[in-house]
Design a protein. Structure first.
Length: 145
């Protein structure tokens, strides 16, 4: 058992500063969007007509009518397009800080576009928007530095 000595005026080496792990919001939201893309693939494969009543409680007639006359004429096509959009947003978020701004903009816009489909969606979309905007600001502020 030896005695450790230090030169006058010096002490033991400083411990490495403790750092918090990096925030994982971008990864969580990106993974969520990839999963939801898979969910929409499953819906299209199993029963694309299950989208039929999504806009029944829309706040505006043009949303209900558009859903009925556009989306429900080819629900498989629109469901797959939704899947591609969700997977794209997930990949943009997971790819890294350079593409994250576009990914965050897309997921926030997606949730804003849910609002006209009815107040029943507000209980999900409004809290989700609060969290998404907070995560995006935190993530983008960190990646700019």
């Amino acid at each position: 058992m030896g005695v450790q000595t230090f030169l006058p005026g010096t002490g033991p080496p400083a411990a490495a500063p403790l750092t918090a792990p990096p925030p994982r919001g971008r990864e969580i939201v990106g993974a969520f969007y990839l999963v939801m893309g898979g969910v929409h693939l499953g819906v299209v494969a199993a029963e694309p007509d299950s989208y039929r009543h999504f806009a029944d409680d829309a706040l505006f007639n043009f949303v209900r009518d558009g859903w009925s006359s556009i989306v429900m004429t080819h629900p498989s096509f629109w469901g797959l397009l939704l899947m591609v959009g969700e997977i794209t947003l997930g990949v943009l978020l997971l790819t890294g800080p350079r593409t994250a701004r576009l990914g965050w903009t897309g997921v926030i816009a997606f949730h804003v576009l849910l609002l006209p489909f009815g107040f029943w969606l507000w209980s999900y979309a409004v809290p989700a928007l609060v969290v998404l905007v907070w995560l995006a600001r935190r993530d983008l502020g960190r990646s700019v530095r």
